[in-house]
Write a protein that binds this ligand. Structure first.
Ligand code: GDG
Length: 462
């Protein structure tokens, strides 16, 4: 069996069972099975000029090789090009795009530096799986260094329509580098369509059967591989005796009021200010919910060195303060907003203890929280998922209450419908949802992608 090499911006700590989520576990277990290597940034920042030699650690059958970033790599490759250019533009937010020449230089430099180290570790029979938007040009850099192994890429975030993408100054270079892969995987069929439209309109490309896409003198397979979760992991965490005790305590403290839950990194793509405004609309449109329902929003900090993330934090604090000041009472806090990370098992208990899960991103590649909320529910008394039509997950999860997150009344009406939904309808919807989340789980995603990659022909040596 070929050895698997996984490359991502950050590697996960395979020793830590506390932090590890579904994706890290899924990739870790694939590496353990076939023997393999995980390569990426170790999260450390060193002074410019310090040597970035890989640090190699063995964890059972898997090897983890990491490099640090220099301060200017971090500023230009990570905060700059990855998170101020690609992240906003691929989420259709051109108003937040902040382009600087140093950013693209840093992005090219770090991808080349990673390729320098990684090329030495790859044998021709290996399968190389590169993840996400930080590393789009990595395969092209590896090919320049003579790597002939099969290389696949998976984009975790959306792929925007061509009209949006062309606002990125290096769009043609960026997309041309995707053709150095054998397979390019997207979350949804909509992302694949956007990619194909770009290839046809901007690159004079040709589409053939089976996702074969030709342009720039090369052919790649472009398909969607919707990512999933480890259903039993979440389900088990939500059903321990400790979780049961937490849920009981929560209900007692809330005097058996209904809770709606949201869990998202504090990111402007997740639609949190509009979600808070929609909750206010719920209280205005349906005043019977006053003192009866509360919104719990967990929003751990992320990328706080990027100004747009500071702005959103301030906006949310203002909004929750306003709603609580206007509607709250000495024995009822309408919005409980927690700006820090919560342990995974507590999250699972909170999902199970909440009547509705509110997942309303303005744009999202997939959204795993939607699937985790479903997995944590009781089959015979499930809560209701309210899901943005702009989350990749909506392509599959049609029994959720699908909403337009920009339309506050639509979201407020869906909350009311969820809170009042009869048990039989909740069970029927949940039955459909859990079936699909279970069939298309993270193992299925991983196996589908790797099988497709294995089925491609190895590149001829240059
Ligand atoms: C990207 C794409 C795509 C959240 N808060 C806490 C916590 N979390 C966990 C959730 C979930 C994960 O983080 C978030 O995953 P999402 O999919 O919701 O969103 P992104 O982080 O933006 O992920 C996304 C994903 O990649 C995978 O391809 O679905 O579209 O943007 O697992 O539960 N975990 C803990 N404490 C928290 O407070 N422990």
């Amino acid at each position: 069996m070929s050895r698997l090499i996984v490359v991502s911006n950050r590697t996960a700590d395979l020793e830590s069972s506390v932090q590890a989520g579904g994706l890290a576990v899924a990739i870790g277990s694939a590496l353990e099975e076939t023997g393999g290597l995980w390569f990426g940034w170790d999260g450390n920042i060193v002074d410019d000029g310090v040597e970035q030699a890989p640090n190699i650690v063995q964890h059972n059958n898997a090897t983890v090789a990491t490099v640090p970033l220099t301060r200017s790599d971090y500023d230009n490759y990570y905060l700059g090009y990855s998170n101020k250019v690609i992240w906003p533009s691929f989420h259709y937010r051109l108003g937040l795009l902040d382009f600087q020449t140093a950013f693209i230089e840093g992005y090219r430099r770090v991808n080349a530096m990673m390729a320098d180290h990684l090329a030495k570790l790859i044998s021709p029979q290996d399968l190389v799986w590169i993840h996400d938007y930080h590393l789009i040009p990595l395969a092209a850099e590896l090919r320049k260094r003579g790597v002939t192994a099969r290389i696949g890429f998976f984009l975790h975030i959306p792929f925007p329509p061509p009209d949006v993408l062309v606002a990125v100054p290096e769009h043609d270079w960026l997309i041309e580098t995707l053709f150095a892969y054998d397979i390019v995987g997207f979350q949804t069929s909509w992302d694949v369509t956007n990619f194909q439209r770009y290839v046809l309109d901007q690159a004079n490309g040709v589409l053939k059967a089976g996702g074969q896409t030709s342009a720039f003198g090369r052919t790649v397979v472009a398909r969607n591989f919707p990512i999933g979760i480890d259903v039993d992991e979440v389900r088990n965490m939500a059903h321990t005796s400790e979780a049961e005790a937490q849920i009981r305590l929560l209900a007692q403290r809330a005097l058996n009021r209904a809770q709606i839950i949201g869990v998202d990194r504090l990111d402007y793509t997740k639609g949190l200010p509009d979600r808070f405004r929609a909750f206010r609309r719920l209280l205005e449109l349906f005043p019977d919910n006053v003192k009866r329902v509360s919104l719990m929003q967990i929003a751990p900090p992320t990328r706080e060195e990027v100004a747009a993330y500071v702005d959103i934090r301030e906006e949310l604090e203002g909004l929750s303060g306003n709603i609580n000041g206007e509607f709250g009472d000495f024995d009822w806090t309408p919005v409980r907003y927690i700006h820090r990370a919560i342990p995974r098992n507590t999250l699972a208990a909170l999902f199970r203890g909440s009547k509705a899960g509110l997942v309303t991103p303005l744009r999202d590649g997939m959204n795993l929280v939607a699937k985790e909320y479903i997995a944590a529910q009781d089959d015979d008394d499930p809560g209701v998922l309210i899901l943005s039509r702009f989350a990749g997950a909506a392509e599959d999860l049609e029994e959720a209450l699908i909403v337009n997150p920009y339309d506050l009344d639509d979201v407020a009406n869906a909350m009311q419908r969820a809170l009042k939904m009869p048990l039989a309808e909740r069970i029927e919807r949940h039955h459909g949802l859990i079936g699909r989340v279970r069939t298309r789980d993270v193992k299925h995603w991983r196996e589908l992608f790797l099988r497709a990659l294995r089925d491609t022909k190895q590149q001829a040596a240059a």
